[in-house]
Design a protein around this ligand. Structure first.
Ligand code: C2E
Ligand code: CA
Ligand code: CA
Length: 750
């Protein structure tokens, strides 16, 4: 969505179903007029009822159109053209009524017919705008389909109008008869145009299309009835209602088209594609069959024959279109991966030099998870447009899937490639508006050059991918592939692949490190720590894979796994009578609005009370994350789940800030505790932190306690809990209860 569109969406507009005073007045007039026609005497012309009231009703329709045009500031061509069509028709009717001069019908063609005829190109223009704006590439097949549809319908219409068209009648054809026959044919053109639009995916005539169709049908019924019964027609006959109702229906549609907004874009229509050509081909065949048995107007035969001749053409086009579609990304309309994989090798084989970019949006998963897929999709569309605007027509920009894009820039040097990458980054620096949300996006761009880094697409893609990884981890925006990236890069790339498989399989395990109370030596809780039993590299500690998982956007999935395991384990210990709080570490990227629900559901499933678990969040996450995080944490505390500040002291929060933090526990970082061994000042510092935390009602845990002396000093300083190798290393789940039991027995002995 463009920016101004986004703004337009927020402008208060009448809802499509909304009936304003103007519309209400118009519909009332129409009802009175219809009742008058039905109840009145069709033979005599009543100037008030049949003349003035019909004109007044139509004028109300004109008023509705004018108000719609003003409301959209004359910026929507379909509203302006549709309104002009309604106005032209009304002018024709007014002129007709004024020229009657006592007669009950005009026997000759007049200015009124000029106005009536002007109605058609205006209406077709209004509908054409919809087509031309949306689908330039599919315009020709669509037009052809409409022509085929119109011809097929015209052949049927020629059959219906046979009395007027057969050779005998044609001998005495007057100009007036020709005009009378032209109207139903033009109506047909309108109907097929609307049908064609409704049948094409992605086109939208506006929210009130059923009203439009109803109106045009009423119109053509009146036109057909008129053409067949011309001689006996008098103003005030029942068929007049068809014209007035038709004009009013079109006015109602114009009014609705003014408010076509986002909602209408998502409407799905039931009219199947190909319906128009198939129906009209069948109709044409039927006309020819009838023609072989009975005498029918030559015109009907001609229409039928040309329908069949032309019907083949759209089918051929359609095949070409299918080829185009298979190479097009449905969401953004850009070339897709298939297009890249077929086009670039051709260019490379032809000796093209240049650069291949792989682009990946940073934190796109966040947007998708937090704001929903619709917002994510709209963001991708806009990003695609912005990229395209910065590239030359010859550059190939493709969306590979998800938030990944690729660009092939032909004939550029390294410096030009870097300049192009910078342009793309700058283009993204402006926030993207999606609906009412303003999103900050950035991308990481990996660049591989040909022929320097390869002359085949495969190796180029791999190297651009490695470079993209570099760009992402270095937060540098873009990175040109370098041989030295490769060893490291390749290992990282492989690790990410393996992480994905590991997540699906059963390679992760949790170890639990006890937290013990320094006042009574009781085990208060355990902290769940993740281990990866890698099939070839052995047991890996989190530092070896968490940063990669973070970059690859796998953290939410990983922490889902951790939470599930930890809560299941907590339930088992409770069942065994072991009363320990299980703490789980959460990284910033996992603190999403859906997290509270996820955790509460898990707790419910395993019948663990909220007080049975605890969440550890590092200090810098607490400081640097957006306001939304605070409300998520508040939600946890309201539910009774405790929060602990992990690695306290490594961030840059002032102690005073602690007062505002909604936490229960403070975990003093290992570096302070280790420093206590040789530095008396560190002991003093730790002592004051403990005092301050206590004055704020926080419990203090010392991490990394690895000798007895430190533990005793911490006890003396009033520290609440200790954790570290001196107490216990992290233990496999199965060993925890034995360890706690042995410890209890030892305490009982002393
Ligand atoms: P952390 O939360 O600060 O966890 C404590 C780390 O210190 C653990 O390393 C633990 O084994 C280690 N440790 C405990 N006592 C001692 C000691 O006395 N001396 C020394 N030198 N080290 C000690 P581990 O298991 O390698 O975890 C490293 C970090 O990875 C954790 O730091 C935590 O931030 C993160 N992590 C671990 N599991 C998860 C998880 O499931 N999710 C998330 N988001 N992060 C996790
Ligand atoms: Ca921790
Ligand atoms: Ca820690």
């Amino acid at each position: 969505m463009r920016r101004d569109d986004a703004r337009a969406d927020r402008r208060p507009t009448a809802r499509p179903g909304h009936v304003g005073p103007l519309m209400a007045g118009m519909l009332t007039l129409l009802a009175i007029y219809a009742a008058g026609l039905l109840l009145g005497d069709p033979e005599t012309f009543d100037p008030l009822m049949d003349g003035w009231l019909s004109i007044l009703t139509e004028l109300a329709g004109v008023g509705l159109c004018v108000s719609a045009a003003v409301r959209t500031r004359f910026a929507k061509p379909q509203v302006v053209l549709g309104g002009a069509a309604v106005t032209a028709y009304t002018a024709g009717d007014a002129y007709y009524a004024a020229s009657l001069a006592g007669e009950d019908a005009l026997a000759y063609a007049s200015f009124a017919d000029v106005a009536y005829l002007a109605f058609y190109p205006l209406m077709l223009g209004a509908l054409g705008v919809v087509v031309v704006r949306k689908l330039r590439s599919m315009l020709w097949p669509l037009l052809l389909e409409s022509v085929v549809g119109a011809l097929g319908a015209a052949s049927i219409m020629a059959l219906i109008l046979a009395p007027l068209l057969t050779a005998e009648a044609a001998a005495g054809t007057t100009f007036e008869v020709i005009i009378a026959v032209v109207y139903p044919l033009l109506d047909l053109l309108l109907i097929t145009a609307i049908g064609g639009i409704l049948a094409s995916r992605g086109l939208d005539v506006g929210p009130r299309w059923p009203v439009l169709i109803g109106g045009v049908l009423a119109f053509s019924a009146a036109d057909v009835a008129y053409a067949l019964g011309m001689q006996d027609y008098a103003v005030g006959s029942i068929i007049d209602i068809g014209w007035v109702a038709g004009v009013i229906a079109i006015a109602v549609w114009v009014d609705g088209a003014a408010d076509t907004g986002r909602a209408a874009l998502h409407q799905r229509r039931g009219v199947p594609e190909l319906a128009a050509p198939v129906v009209s081909t069948a109709a044409a065949l039927a006309v020819l069959v009838v023609g072989s048995q009975a005498r029918i107007p030559l015109l009907a035969v001609l229409f039928a024959a040309s329908t069949l001749a032309l019907a083949v053409v759209p089918l051929v086009f359609r095949n070409r279109m299918l080829v185009v579609l298979s190479r097009t990304d449905e969401l953004t309309g850009l070339p897709n991966r298939r297009a890249l994989l077929t086009d670039v090798p051709v260019r490379l084989a032809g000796g093209s030099t240049g650069a291949l970019f792989l682009l990946d949006l940073d934190h796109f998963k966040h947007v998708n998870d937090a704001l929903g897929h619709d917002v994510g999709d709209a963001l991708l569309v806009q990003v695609g447009r912005r990229f395209a605007a910065q590239l030359r027509p010859d550059d190939l920009l493709a969306r590979l899937g998800g938030d990944e894009f690729a660009v092939f820039l032909e004939g550029v040097t390294e410096a030009e490639a870097v300049a192009a990458a910078l342009r793309l980054e700058t283009e993204l620096a402006e926030p993207v508006l999606v609906g009412s949300a303003s999103l900050e996006v950035s991308a990481s761009i990996g660049i591989a050059l040909t022929p320097e880094h390869g002359t085949d697409l495969g190796p180029l893609m791999r190297k651009a991918d490695i470079a993209m990884f570099r760009a992402k981890s270095g937060r540098s925006g873009h990175h040109v592939y370098d041989v030295t990236d490769d060893d490291d890069g390749e290992l990282r790339l492989r690790t990410v692949q393996e992480l994905r498989t590991a997540l699906a399989g059963n390679e992760f395990e949790l170890h639990y490190q006890p937290k013990v109370s320094l006042s009574d030596d009781r085990v208060v809780g355990v902290e769940a720590l993740l281990r990866w039993n890698h099939p070839t590299r052995g047991r890996l500690s989190p530092d070896a894979f968490l940063p990669l998982a973070e970059e690859a956007g796998l953290m939410p999935a990983l922490s889902g796994l951790v939470l599930e395991r930890a809560i299941r384990r907590a339930a088992r210990w409770r069942a065994e009578g072991l009363d320990v709080i299980v703490a789980v570490n959460l990284s910033g990227s996992c603190i999403l609005p859906c997290l509270p629900h996820q955790i509460l559901t898990l707790l419910g499933q395993h019948d663990v009370p909220p007080s049975g678990i605890m969440l550890e969040i590092t200090e810098d996450v607490l400081m640097s994350t957006p306001a939304g995080t605070a409300s998520i944490l508040e939600r946890f505390r309201a539910e009774g789940i405790q929060i602990s500040i992990d690695d306290f002291g490594t961030g840059y929060s002032s102690l005073a800030y602690l007062r505002d933090l909604l936490v229960d526990e403070l975990k003093l970082d290992r570096s302070f505790v280790v420093a206590m061994q040789e530095d008396q000042r560190a002991v003093g510092l730790v002592g004051s932190i403990i005092d301050l935390a206590h004055s704020l009602g926080l419990r203090v845990v010392a991490e990394g306690v690895c000798d007895d002396r430190t533990q005793e000093e911490l006890r003396a300083l009033g520290c609440d809990l200790a954790q570290g190798f001196h107490v216990s290393e992290p233990l496999p789940a199965a060993e925890v209860s034995a360890w706690i039991g042995a410890r209890g027995a030892r305490a009982a002995r002393t």
